[in-house]
Design a protein around this ligand. Sequence first.
Ligand code: NAG
Ligand code: NAG
Length: 673
Amino acid sequence: MAFSLFRLARFIRSIFVPTASIVAFSCLLTFIFVLYQPTPGPGSIQKLGWQSWDVVSEGSSLASGGYAESVEAGSTGSESGSVPEGVDWWNVTATETVDTASLPLDVWDPLMQHDTGLSEIHITDCMVDPWFVPSVAADFCFPSSTKEDDATKGKWVRVERNLKEQLSLKSLNVYYRRTRRHDIPLITELRVLPDKETPSPFSHAWKRVAYPVSPRGDKRYLWYKAEKTWREMTEAERKNSLVTEIDVLFGSDQPWYGFEKVDQAVYDGMRNIEPVWLTYRKGIKPPPRAPPLHFSRDGRFKVMQVADLHYSVSVGSCRDTVISPCTASDNLTNTLLGHVLDIEKPDMVVFTGDQLNGQGYTWDGRSVLAKFAKAVTERGIPWAAIFGNHDDEDGMTREAQIKYMQGLPYSLVEEGPKDVHGVGNYVLKVKSADPSKTHLLTLYFLDSGSYYTGVWDWWGIFHPTEYDYLRQNQIDWFLQESSSIDAIERPFIPDGAKDLGGIWARQNGQVVPGERRLAKPNALMFFHIPMQESYSAADVNPATGLPLDVGQHDLEESGAAKKQDGFFHKGLLQALESDHRAGGRATEVKVVANGHCHVTENCRRVKGVWLCFGGGGSYSGYGKIGFDRRFRIYDISDYGETIRTYKRTEHDDIVDDMILAGRAAPPPYEGTA
Ligand SMILES: *[C@@H]1O[C@H](CO)[C@@H](O)[C@H](O)[C@H]1NC(C)=O
Ligand SMILES: *[C@@H]1O[C@H](CO)[C@@H](O)[C@H](O)[C@H]1NC(C)=O
């Protein structure tokens, strides 16, 4: 026993040195090759998202607040000096200077204002849409390149728009290289030409992309001209003739703001298949910004509500109208909208949801967003928008739509706080024209969501059964926003009224001294899906004994959600105009404006709050024969005290002109909430 123990000990001692050295060596290897490796860290697999580049403008705007912040900053940051004598405070051309040198070169984002040119274009046809498997697609679908080409001409950037979107499962994409080098010829012209044709006048600077750009039908090729390097160009050429971005448009309407169509479509379209266009931008074209919202000098501000446009990628198809023949309903609606805008000349337009038709018709949301507001943007009118239940049905998220809507001219759209239900819960304030910039009117915008619940059928198609509703955290958000609004002395008398001479003399008659009080400015609220209270019993006018309910209703079923969190009682009725109860329980929000129900257009007062519908204004949305398309106007006067509303129809009739708030309005609600 002792013997074998001794032998075991000797055996262990004999293997100790080799074992120890193997273990030590392994440790060393592990240390050198695994532990000691200076890794690039988790950042190596992260790609710097474009959000990080969201706001690269210097000056007034700040990263988090987006455009509205910059508008605010523009208005408040100009207390002294920055607004010259004789210029209105809102007439400040906020110069957005983009630091283009810091924009990433390898990210495709048509909203980014790049002034860096492109050096080469390629087209690839890929079996899989790279969107599904980005890690693999990079190897399979990107054009080949060398380190040298990457370094001189720039890395390949994929234009994330599939030219075969509506035609097949494959993915036909344009790729380009973008470079800041000064010794590489840069692209200044693009052409789409049939096979065997060459651009004229022809020069050797023209290059043909080897793979056809046409998604189907006759082969068409993309030609591009890269003749001069940045160094050889004049300053004007660098600014105006460099192609700085490429995009794709579906349908036959206008391209994105700042972009132009290449002379010929890459695909002409067929009966149910939309044309496909390549579009490009030359130089930088930042969209003009809306000036801060303000009343006119004589105290007026007019808002026009545009409800339920239901636009599609196509020109749209007419519904429920006697117009005959009726083709291209989106075009007809746009013409009608333009006509009403020209007559009404509103200071602001609010799109109250369902701008996009959804239901499969808006499979390319960007092409629809490019056109939906054009009647408004062409006229330079500031506009806001909220979402309806159809807007994101076809896949483009609300967040993405907000981002793109902010990239359109005169947009006041905001995303709102991320921790509140929905996208696009925000507040805009309308100020006085005098230098006091007093806040005279509040506009609340809420996202009433789309569908609360529904069922999935065997084909994987979702059939919604219940509409969404305003959630508890939206109530909390509203109450918080409302509580942060300062009371003003009402009715408001502008600063420097003495300078206004005639105008103020007129106003004098309307303001009765002794009625002045400290209260929050009146507010309007916009959201798409009505509350259940829109169908509750109307207040009775004590003067006439009649219900306060004007306009057509009950032509269709209730559009309200089945569930609710009590927005009306816990939100609207709690936010009062003033803490001083002597003046009654006037709510801060005087009017709620909804869309959603195209053949409902009444204004009903419930417990002191007017609940109004816009009524459908689009030939592309459902309607009813005999029910004219219409738009609702809110005409606010007396520096925010008087709210008047009416509807203008497609036949230019003015319907139900009435005063909702102010001296000529029906007597206030006397009951308890
Ligand atoms: C803004 O001010 C400029 C002069 O500084 C003037 O030419 C222009 O008409 C003003 N625009 C508006 C809308 O008042
Ligand atoms: C609709 O309007 C667009 C843009 O103005 C135009 O290109 C298109 O031809 C129009 N379509 C019809 C059918 O009127």
